[in-house]
Design a protein around this ligand. Sequence first.
Ligand code: TYM
Length: 374
Amino acid sequence: TRRILSGVQPTGNLHLGNYLGAIKQWVEFQNTGKFSSAKDLDGKSFEEKDRDVEVVNENFFCVVDMHAITVPQNPDELEESTLKSAALYIAAGIDPTKSKIFVQSHVSSHAELAWLLTCVTPMNWLERMIQFKDKAKKAGTDSVGAGLFTYPVLMAADILLYQADRVPVGEDQRQHLELARDIVRRFNDQYCKGNPYKKRCKKAGLPTYPVFTEPEAMIVKVGGARVMSLTDGTSKMSKSDPAEASRINVLDPPDVIRDKIKRCKTDSLPGVEWDNPERPESTNLLNIYAAVQPGRSREDILEEVKDMAWGEFKPLLAEALITHLEPIQKRYAEVRADDEYLKTVLREGAEAAEEIAERTLRAAKVAMGFSVPK
Ligand code: TYM
């Protein structure tokens, strides 16, 4: 069995970056066992790595609400955002009979393991995190909570609790995955060797192999790299951008999508092209156009649109997006109309998650020498 785990923060609306860079890929993986567009940390493709390997995959997809509170959240909205995200996982094609869907805060081991790992992680590892530096700079150091600083340790706990073998994420999470791997090595090195460790394990009735599995990152590429902002092709599409026009949300109605695409930034050069470093917006819009038409090759798409003016290409893109998102939005409305179903899915997901998480947490505590009840 191979275990896959990933998560998305429930802040506000899920946007096209989260969908194309994460959830859509999870669905593909759930249904085919393959990640056609993912590479490992060294850039090796998984198609190559998985050739001739037969395994059963076990998928866990989490709504990471405890990560969301690293920046201020409105308590009146957090639960709704969480349910919304979970419903979107299902609407996008995550099937609760094939994958476990759960909410991070429903499984308290996440917070507990995060504390243990916080005490194993050197400050300067966290000081190096680009995303922290970015976010702290934007928020101003006075208002940055300590949680924003230790956030990558909580993310490591999410992954390590489940002994996840593989973690599909977008390029922006690469450094966090590297950190999770470093934490595993440090923990296993500090606590999981020698006779005293073996004795403690024996006493607790646990096996003596290292507590944590080193997770492998699957870096998902949408076209070139990431889905970029609609108002600036050089920065990523993000929920923290104050400009609503910079992103398409998965639940945006058709008119809003048409309007956002109509107004999105372009340039004054003729035609539409891919991978011209002078034209980041062109590359981004083409990537999106290609991503919502999975059956078509790059060549085919380029042939269709390369000579078009923006005024011609934009409506085409808007309609392709609307067509792709429509069934998801419809299914979303159905899921939200049945609260009982959604809550049952989340309860069963949390129960399955908890069973595994508690086992790992116990082993970590035994390794660290805590007094652990039988
Ligand atoms: P988050 O919530 O910011 O984003 C969730 C996923 O979406 C990807 N993503 C993008 N992909 C392409 N283009 C974009 N513009 C774009 N924006 C976001 C992210 O790479 C990510 O895969 N720390 C994580 C959540 C997390 C997690 C975990 C992930 C917490 N614990 C354990 C995996 C495993 C985060 O903030 O992602």
